[in-house]
Design a protein around this ligand. Structure first.
Ligand SMILES: [Zn+2]
Length: 144
């Protein structure tokens, strides 16, 4: 099935960005493992071990089910420039069609945020750019 999403005829009124608010943003748990954080679950003991070999860091006997990964870091789910994508599903960085490199996250738009548009079922849209080919951008969205 293919879903088509289009703005109503005439689109929505233009808005101007009048300012930015700086804040810290971190990757969602789904990106922790590729970034070097490993979670080792001991379901019999209901304990969790978190390891980051690059930092020679090991934390043991954390309680399972207490949102440890979410407490380590989360991504903001609002409209934003830069930071980390707030993936609704699994991380899905696109590859540049020219050089094959993973593209970099640039911008995020949420359903009915500053842009009055619904990306699927309360979805979030992401804009990416190739670091080697700045004229190459990709747009994708995920929803629940
Ligand atoms: Zn490229």
């Amino acid at each position: 099935m293919i879903r088509r999403h289009a703005l109503q005829s005439g689109g929505s009124p233009a808005k101007t960005i009048v300012g930015w608010e700086r804040f810290d943003d971190y990757p969602k748990p789904a990106e922790h493992e590729p970034l070097g954080i490993n979670y080792v679950y001991d379901f019999d003991r209901k304990k969790l071990r978190v390891e980051c070999p690059e930092l020679d860091l090991v934390v043991v006997d954390l309680p399972i089910g207490k949102g440890v990964a979410e407490q380590i870091s989360m991504s903001d789910g609002g409209d934003k420039l830069a930071g980390w994508p707030c993936w609704i599903q699994e991380p899905a960085y696109p590859y540049c069609p020219r050089c094959g490199e993973l593209m970099q996250f640039v911008f995020q738009l949420t359903t009915d945020g500053h842009v009055p548009f619904m990306f699927g079922d309360q979805g979030i849209a992401y804009l990416f750019q190739c670091s080697q080919h700045p004229e190459v951008v990709a747009f994708e969205w995920q929803c629940h």
